[in-house]
Ligand binder design. Structure first.
Ligand code: AMP
Ligand code: MG
Length: 318
């Protein structure tokens, strides 16, 4: 069984030995391995049950370290690095040839990110290789936002989980690439589209392909809780689902007609950051409730609300 602890030196040694370690980031917990060691990376895919066509994100301590693995960094990419790293932004850039195919699913680009979590920053600085790290959950399931979540799903498959507390952002990173030079968002996430546009101007959205190797974070039924989730107008859904035991996941207001035990409210004060932070943990809690279905309502569709609604929509695909 995986040990949960705060020993960064131990985590570093396991990673040097080609082992897997659960790591905290500000977005969600990652399942990390040496990104330059193809055998170690294979273990990530095995542990998660993740299909090999789904490329991984490489994590590095700073932009300079990133530059050793990518090429052709455009002025626009540089602006984004300057503005948002360390932070919840992943950039897709042309890769250098030493980056293993298994990390990129054979694409000639690689996804890179500089996480801000202090524990993982310290870990990356002890290593002389990048860490490839998808979210530390079984493939297709809700991403983990605490070390215990990682232990619940992968505890019997990995030796160690670094415990850096509950993640602050709580949503996966926003992924930005360049399609013929045009900045393109492949996945909505912890950095709002509006913030990106403030720095580089208008961006394209390229979401919702169901099995595009560029964006398998977009597989239709991703982030799925173990109980069916219906998204929409709560009063309409409550009528439609009459006879079932219903749990409610609301944005800021509870349903008066329902006991609070079966409800989770993402942010009673209507704060989008707080809502994002709570989303995955609440979905996990609701999986353990004595209910048949989850009824969820959308968040307001701006800022992080766009990413929250994206995850809720994916969770609602059966
Ligand atoms: P995860 O690690 O589960 O958060 O998912 C990583 C996601 O990054 C993948 O599912 C892809 O959507 C995206 N990604 C990784 N590498 C690339 C790439 N070279 N081009 C486009 N998207 C990528
Ligand atoms: Mg994932």
């Amino acid at each position: 069984m995986a040990e949960i602890g705060t020993d960064i030196t131990k985590a570093a040694q396991l990673l040097r030995d080609g082992q897997l370690v659960g790591i905290p980031t500000e977005t969600v917990y990652g399942l990390a391995a040496n990104a330059l060691d193809a055998d170690a990376i294979l273990r990530i895919f095995e542990a998660k049950g993740r299909p090999h066509f789904d490329p991984l994100i490489m994590h590095l301590p700073d932009a300079d370290a990133v530059k050793a693995h990518v090429c052709d960094i455009t002025p626009m990419a540089l602006k984004l690095m300057d503005a948002f790293w360390p932070g919840p932004l992943t950039l897709v850039l042309p890769r250098q040839s030493h980056v293993p195919d298994i990390v990129t699913s054979g694409l000639d680009t690689v996804a890179v990110r500089v996480p801000s979590h202090p524990m993982t920053q310290a870990l990356l600085r002890q290593l002389d290789f990048p860490l490839a790290a998808p979210s530390a959950n079984l493939f297709g399931h809700v991403s983990p936002t605490t070390a215990q979540h990682v232990h619940d799903q992968l505890g019997d498959r990995i030796p160690y989980i670094l415990d850096g507390g509950a993640t602050t952002v709580g949503l996966e990173s926003t992924i930005v690439g360049f399609e013929e030079g045009m900045p393109t968002i492949y996945r909505l996430g912890g950095l709002g589209v509006e913030e990106i546009e403030r720095v580089i101007g208008p961006v394209h959205l390229m979401l919702n392909q169901s099995s595009d190797p560029k964006a398998p974070g977009m597989l239709k039924s991703h982030y799925a809780p173990r109980i069916p989730l219906h998204l929409g107008n709560p009063s309409v859904l409550l009528l439609q689902l009459e006879g079932k035991r219903i749990g409610f996941l609301g944005f800021n207001l509870p349903l008066r007609a329902m006991t609070m035990e079966r409800q989770r409210i993402l942010s009673p004060k209507g704060d989008m950051k707080e809502a994002a932070h709570n989303l995955f943990a609440y979905l996990r809690e609701m999986e353990t409730m004595d209910i048949d279905v989850i009824v969820a309502e959308e968040a307001p569709g701006m800022g992080l609300g766009k990413a929250i609604n994206d995850r809720l929509r994916r969770a609602s695909v059966q």
